[in-house]
Write a protein that binds this ligand. Structure first.
Ligand SMILES: NC(=O)c1ccc[n+]([C@@H]2O[C@H](COP(=O)([O-])OP(=O)(O)OC[C@H]3O[C@@H](n4cnc5c(N)ncnc54)[C@H](O)[C@@H]3O)[C@@H](O)[C@H]2O)c1
Length: 404
């Protein structure tokens, strides 16, 4: 049985961790079919195709691009490949959905945007948080003036390793902390991540930046722009936390910004709660958002994880009353379905995807300016911002094997 029943034929390139959630949008899809897969690890691609009932397994990217039956590609590969593989696909007249972060730097974004325009193909930056139903509801309520005029946005993110299947050396860290999972009545949490997926992420000249602020952070920068619009200036502190001996991640981090639309400010803080248990089907990373208006407050209480399942996904405080909103899909996987459907619909109806290359560039600029603000110890105005290319770094850990 084919995955998807439609005429638009898409090939997935890269069958790693996140590919499993990209399949969801093709189930019962009457417009598109997930027609084939390619991964440089052929065994992995074959196993993935078998598991999901995907018809074709390609031997090379060139073979994918030469196949006249293929309309578009979904690129789910390490970040340093995003630009080059997008350019190749555009030249072959294939539509492109490229996973976040769009690219490593702004010059790459410009090349990608021009290549798509020159070849008349769609370029979608695949970011799924913007499609997460609780965020969509909060945005709809906020846009319709439910909580009055926009005042501020507060984002909180913490990772937790206790019992996590996706944090490096989580078991050893729990032992060192003296936490007894059994005695505490806790099951393992999160999904399994192949340790090799950290290999390219731990070298910033392959990943583009830190795992929290740059990599995962792209989602948060994207949602922040989605909610309150473009950013005028940003100021950040980004510290380091040791994950395992010799390896650091980019937190605690405190990021503050001002939007262009007026006196609207935001703050986002990221911490690693090493010994905290976070209930999740996916990464053990919890996000909470608070949007304050002149008349009330909206909260979105989850996204990747479901740390507090007893709390409604969306809450509103207004006119002295707290209202809970439960009636919506709120699994993180739901955001992937809607993001995929946006890509397919943009091809079907010849319209721009919601997250265009231009918007992806703006999100990347916010993220790069944040990292530079922390490095330089000063606030950065985005309109004046020019990024610098990262130097190639050798070795497994690149910059992350030491404090930076
Ligand atoms: N939307 C999200 O929430 C989310 C979550 C995780 C990852 N991502 C993004 O998805 C992308 C992939 O991440 P992942 O976690 O699945 O990584 P991964 O390391 O698990 O998978 C990457 C896959 O790409 C393959 N690959 C590497 N080079 C290749 C090449 N030249 N040609 C073909 N295949 C190649 C690898 O063999 C591997 O199977 C990244 O851009 C990442 O930031 C997004």
């Amino acid at each position: 049985m084919a995955l998807g029943l439609g005429d638009i034929k898409i090939v997935m390139v890269g069958c790693g961790r996140i590919a499993t959630l990209h399949v969801l949008g093709y189930e019962n899809n009457s417009d598109a079919e997930l027609y084939g897969v390619y991964d440089k690890d052929k065994k992995k691609a074959k196993a993935f195709a078998e598991e999901h009932g995907i018809r074709k397994v390609y031997d090379s990217y060139e073979e994918v691009l030469a196949d006249q039956a293929v309309d578009g590609v979904e690129l789910l590969v390490p970040h340093f490949l995003h630009c080059e593989m997008t350019l190749q696909a555009c030249e072959a007249k294939k539509h492109v959905s490229v996973q976040k972060p769009m690219a490593m730097n702004l010059a790459e974004c410009d090349k990608m945007i021009s290549a798509a325009a020159k070849n008349g193909v769609k370029l979608k930056v695949y970011e799924n948080f913007v499609f997460y139903p609780p965020y969509r509801l909060a945005k709809k309520m906020f846009d319709s003036g439910e909580i009055g005029d926009p005042v501020s946005i507060r984002y909180k993110m913490n990772t937790g390793s206790l019992g996590s299947q996706n944090a490096p050396a989580a078991g050893a860290r729990a032992k060192m902390a003296g936490v007894d999972m059994k005695a505490a009545g806790l099951e393992q949490t999160g999904w399994k991540v192949d340790p090799m997926t950290w290999a390219w992420r731990m070298n910033d000249s392959l990943s583009g930046g830190g795992p929290l602020v740059f990599d995962d952070g792209y989602h948060k920068f994207s949602v922040i722009i989605d909610m309150f619009g473009d950013v005028e200036k940003v100021s950040a502190w980004i510290d380091t936390t040791q994950v395992v001996p010799g390896l650091y991640q980019d937190c605690p981090a405190m990021i503050m910004w001002k939007h262009k639309s007026g006196k609207q400010y935001g703050v986002w803080d990221i911490v690693d709660s090493r010994d905290m248990y976070i209930q999740s089907k996916y990464y053990c990373c919890d996000e909470r958002m608070e949007i304050t208006g002149s008349r009330g407050i909206l909260w979105v209480t989850r996204c990747t994880a479901t740390m507090m399942p007893e709390v409604a996904p969306v809450l509103m405080y207004k006119d002295g009353k707290l209202t809970e909103y439960w009636d919506m899909p709120s699994d993180w996987g739901d955001s992937f379905i809607d993001s995929t459907l946006d890509f397919i619909d943009s091809i079907k109806n010849d319209r721009e995807p919601i997250l265009t290359g231009e918007r992806g560039r703006e999100v990347l600029k916010f993220s790069l300016a944040t990292m530079d603000s922390a490095k330089q110890g000063k606030e950065i105005y985005l309109d004046d911002y020019e990024d610098k290319k990262l130097k190639k770094r050798k070795g497994f850990f690149g910059a992350f094997g030491k404090h930076w």
